[in-house]
Write a protein that binds this ligand. Sequence first.
Ligand code: ZN
Length: 295
Amino acid sequence: MGFMAATRLRATGSRATMRCVDISSLHNTPEYIAAQTAAIRQAILRESGNLKQPNFECLGTEDLARLFDLYDRAFFSGLLAQAANARIGRPLVFRLSSTMTRAGGKTTLYRRRIPGGQVQAHYEIAVASRMLFMTFKDVQRPVVVCGLTCTNRLEALQRILEHEIIHLAELVTYGKSGCGGRRFKELAAGIFGHAGTKHALVTPMEHAAAQHGIRVGSLVCFDFEGRRLVGRVNRAHSRATVLVEDAKGLPYSDGKKYQKFYVPFGMLSAASACGEGAPQIGEGESERGDESADT
Ligand SMILES: [Zn+2]
């Protein structure tokens, strides 16, 4: 099964050739994948005003668009964007997300009804830029994305984008996509040599732990409306959830009442730094931090 892209030879459309890519038949050699992805890496470093080095400090949606275009040409004969466009009638949209803290990327088909009853749709590829920038920074460890070890931020971005490209190719071809499925894994392995669908980018919690020594269970203090509050980190995603003992709060399993605060990591200090103690929170209330998440 393949996605098709019609190439009109004349403006009248009287003669048209149909070019078709059967994505399930694509099996690239490791050498081809290595050469093409390296060429793409060199091209974006040469062309982009943002990506000046592999551990780049800036990234724009135009860089995602350009990377996608390079991938489309190298791996799909330039037909993937055409096929997506032909299916939806609108170009692909790229987005950088500072709030995505589990998934490394996301590919979505958005549909909305516009006045007059018509349905307008577009595909969007989003990349978790905040996590990407936390990776290859303070935390020193191997970073595996899609089953492949990445040595710098650009390689991690490429693996994430490749994963999202498979999602898009699946959506365009089959109308739905899921990276838990066998078909997805076979496509990702055949086209990009991926050996997995997870990422191990540095999460906000891991970053906070490395930078400030703060983790789930840590006793922390922060300022709120002129008061200094002390509590315990109960959960951490883009911000920390801190439980502060308060008679007006909600009851928890340890029999005490707590108010819940969502606090940016930058506003938290270890409670030892404030010279204060705080109550323990019952075991059952603590939630696990981020683990490796779907790419
Ligand atoms: Zn996925």
